[in-house]
Design a protein around this ligand. Structure first.
Ligand SMILES: C[S@@+](CC[C@H](N)C(=O)[O-])C[C@H]1O[C@@H](n2cnc3c(N)ncnc32)[C@H](O)[C@@H]1O
Length: 263
């Protein structure tokens, strides 16, 4: 038996040397997007632990579990979809890749796709609003064992999602921002914490890990956001009709936080 290894123990080149032989060659006749991932999903994939039993909720075409399975990076997967058309697309993709015995495609609302016997160790929820992801977790709480790594890629609504994670005993262990096709995407990785923890209002807004790391992509995102928010505030100033004070205050608070962040 080969020595067990964990991805986080290896440097990137060493990891690539270990897994590269597992990457299957492209399959003739299959569209390229069934075999490769967008940079956004590629970065999500990088946080899925090697050998995980993955539940990809809101899987659409099941691109993520199919590619991870074809690369030999996960042991099994559930692809959950609430809508019939993407559910059928996921079934087709899994069938075309001959992965029916490894990936279960289920038509289900949120975490209802997960069964105890799946022994899921990682959950991905990507490409939906942060509030939607929060609501999916909230209504499916009973299906979480607490041992799953959550890998989330919200399209906006990061703040309420982080709030839910904090309120439900999760620690944010990793975060990143990436810019692709004119959009800034955030990835939030969380695991159940041993002790309850509290994040400040700024940490919930910017992300506790990102605030510490201040990556170039993160700072770029907030430079762009500051310009947008300043523009909104100036439009408010010139608006003819009265505006809700709470909204003006919320945007002013954002402008203040972002300005402080960027110095
Ligand atoms: C924009 S797609 C994202 C697909 C893929 N996860 C990605 O990131 O590329 C969002 C998908 O989530 C599905 N979805 C939305 N709410 C859901 C829910 N409550 N349960 C399962 N799937 C859901 C939608 O039907 C849609 O196919």
């Amino acid at each position: 038996m080969g020595k067990r290894f964990h991805r986080r123990d290896l440097t990137a080149p060493a990891l690539l040397a270990r897994v590269a032989p597992l990457f299957p060659p492209p399959v003739k006749g299959l569209p390229l997007n069934q075999q490769t991932l967008s940079m956004r999903l590629e970065r999500v994939a990088a946080h899925v632990p090697l050998g995980a039993r993955l539940a990809d909720i809101g899987s659409d075409h099941a691109y993520l579990p199919v590619v991870l399975m074809r690369r030999g990076m996960i042991a099994a997967a559930v692809a959950g979809e609430v809508a019939p058309t993407p559910f059928q697309a996921a079934q087709r993709n899994v069938n075309d890749n001959d992965l029916r015995s490894h990936i279960s495609v289920r038509l289900a609302d949120g975490l209802a796709a997960i069964r105890p016997e799946d022994a899921i160790s990682a959950i991905t929820l990507c490409g939906m609003g942060g509030e939607t992801i929060r609501d999916i977790f909230n209504s499916g709480k009973a299906r979480l064992s607490g041992h799953e790594r959550l890998i989330l890629q919200p399209n906006g609504g990061e703040q309420p999602l982080r709030q839910w994670l904090m309120d439900n005993g999760y620690r944010i262990v990793c975060e990143e921002v990436l810019h692709e096709d004119r959009f800034d995407y955030e990835i939030i990785v969380a695991e159940r914490a041993a002790e309850p923890l509290t994040y400040s209002a700024e940490e919930l807004y910017f992300g506790p890990v990102q605030l510490q790391e201040r990556s170039p992509a993160f700072l770029q995102k907030w430079r762009r956001r500051l310009l947008q928010r300043q523009k909104t505030l100036s439009q408010f100033t010139h608006a003819q009709q009265a505006l809700p004070q709470a909204k003006v205050q919320a945007i002013s608070q954002e402008v203040q936080w972002i300005s402080e962040l960027l110095g």
